[in-house]
Design a binder for this molecule. Structure first.
Ligand SMILES: Cc1cc2nc3c(=O)[nH]c(=O)nc-3n(C[C@H](O)[C@H](O)[C@H](O)COP(=O)(O)OP(=O)(O)OC[C@H]3O[C@@H](n4cnc5c(N)ncnc54)[C@H](O)[C@@H]3O)c2cc1C
Length: 461
């Protein structure tokens, strides 16, 4: 049957643009539909780091011998095998070739910037020069050289199916555009409070502390539109939550080493300088709430630093204490009373910590003494609540197979429906693999979805 386009891509973030290129480069006619007035979505705002193994940039950085097998083993182990192995495997296998593809398109990655972006021992985080914005610029520019059509300011409101329940078009209000296949690349649902409550209750639990750092268009439309045509979802309660003291909307993802983090009882439970990829999860295990403890001397000495320009700085901290946002007391026992902790536990925790500081070693959690670790002995003492509440990305989404086909509950694909990027739920476990672990799969599965959708259309009767 004749259709307007072979492939329609819904959403123009990294996943959507990579999908459009993937499809277009196999000869398919492509339309990209974007709800916003510009292309790019959250991908434009993002650091755009790409988590990949076995790249030429790693080799140039002297990292030899890394490969898809090692990445797969680390990914699966870190997530206790609670992710879809076939989808993870495809990501690992395609991470390096797709990375090289992106690099050859014109995105620059410097060997000296490759870093250990997660909790693994191998450096797999590849930050692009110019961040996510540059990636979008390059992909968009490439599409400009091909005959790919774009419609902006147009929020897709429904999918059209034929008599065999195959996807054959999209709806925007009363308008319909027909196609052989649709690729859903609408991003996550971080900006949709209702969907956060439904699919990511850990994020919603932080109440009005919760805020999302990406595009307001991250409304989870891919999930809603997919479910309307029978798609299954995967990855409940997954995503990345960053820790905040809730003072304001400042994106500061690490805690300074000079404070002590305790749970509701008043006991330390982690290295305060743990990577942002694990810090939020550790606090979740303590009930979603922790407290940062410090003393007057630490507060006074808290200068703006690369870790914090806003939250953990002397004067703002004093102002917050004056406002009552930070508890203040002359003794640790009194401070414990103010935050509902056990005075004996808090005093014991600080006594042990202070003794460790004197010896220059964190004997329990191995915090690096050079991180600013110091004994807390000068009253008044302070305590302020911490919550994992900044939503970076969401991990619940459409369930796909390793060929990016969207699956129904009965394991059969929804014919003609493909998905890539944050709208997919099959890839993320309880623990974020590391910086680049969301953007990388967006590019990998975006390109793959484009190729797969175009191939599907070529084989339609
Ligand atoms: C500030 C920030 C920093 C980040 N840093 C990193 C990082 O360094 N590394 C990493 O791995 N991850 C990072 N992330 C996460 C990562 O950037 C995102 O997960 C990824 O960019 C999502 O890409 P996407 O293409 O799936 O979605 P998006 O880029 O959000 O694109 C989706 C697009 O779909 C459009 N859309 C939505 N609904 C519809 C509809 N119904 N009809 C038409 N269009 C629609 C949206 O307007 C949007 O343009 C970061 C995120 C943010 C916000």
């Amino acid at each position: 049957m004749a259709h307007d386009y072979d492939v329609i891509v819904v959403g123009s973030g990294a996943a959507g643009l990579a999908a459009a290129l993937g499809a277009s480069d196999t000869g398919a006619s492509v339309l990209v539909v974007e709800a916003d007035k510009q292309v790019g979505g959250s991908s434009r705002l993002s650091g755009g780091h790409f988590y990949a193994a076995g790249t030429s940039v790693q080799k140039a950085a002297g990292i030899d011998g890394d490969d898809a097998d090692a990445m797969f083993e680390h990914y699966m182990t870190l997530n206790q095998w609670l992710v879809e192995p076939s989808v993870v495997r495809r990501y690992c296998d395609l991470s390096a070739p797709t990375f090289e593809w992106l690099k050859n398109l014109g995105v620059e990655f410097l060997p000296e910037k490759v870093y250990r972006s997660g909790v693994g021992s191998v450096a797999r985080g590849h930050p692009p020069e110019g961040g996510g914005e540059r990636v979008i610029e390059v992909l968009h520019g490439q599409l400009g050289q091909r005959s790919v059509d774009f419609v902006l300011n147009s929020r897709v409101s429904g999918l059209v199916t034929d008599d065999d329940d195959a996807i054959c078009g999209i709806r925007i209000g009363d308008d319909v555009a027909t196609c052989g296949a649709v690729i859903m690349a609408t991003g996550g649902f971080g900006a949709n409070k209702e969907l956060l409550r439904r699919y990511y209750p850990e994020a919603a639990k932080a109440d009005n502390w919760t805020w999302y750092i990406g595009t307001p268009m991250a409304q989870g439309d891919g999930l809603t539109l997919g479910e309307e045509v029978g798609a299954d979802l995967a990855g409940f309660n997954r995503g990345l939550l960053l820790v905040t003291p809730g003072f304001g909307r400042d994106l500061e993802v690490l805690l300074p080493g000079w404070l002590v983090m305790v749970n509701a009882q008043g006991r330390r439970f982690a290295n305060e300088t743990a990577p942002y990829t694990v810090l939020g999860g550790l606090i979740q295990k303590e009930g979603g709430q922790a407290f940062a403890i410090f003393d007057e001397a630490a507060r006074r000495d808290a200068k703006p630093s690369p870790i914090s320009q806003a939250n953990w700085v002397h004067e703002p901290l004093a102002a917050r204490a004056e406002e009552g946002r930070i508890a203040r007391a002359d003794t640790l026992a009194e401070l414990a009373g103010k935050i509902g902790a056990d005075p004996e536990v808090l005093e014991g925790t600080l006594a042990r910590y202070n003794a460790d500081c004197e010896r220059g070693v964190d004997s329990v959690f191995f915090k690096d003494p050079a991180s600013g670790m110091r004994a807390l002995t000068t009253p008044p003492f302070y305590a302020t609540e911490l919550r994992p509440a900044i939503v970076c990305w969401t991990g619940t989404g459409l369930r796909i197979d390793a060929d990016t086909r969207v699956l129904r509950k009965n394991e059969q694909p929804v014919p003609g429906l493909f998905a890539a990027g944050e709208t997919v739920g099959s890839l993320h476990g309880d623990r974020y693999i590391g910086g680049g672990g969301s953007y990388g799969p967006c590019i990998v599965f975006g390109k793959l979805a484009g190729e797969q959708a175009a191939d599907y259309v070529r084989h339609l009767g």
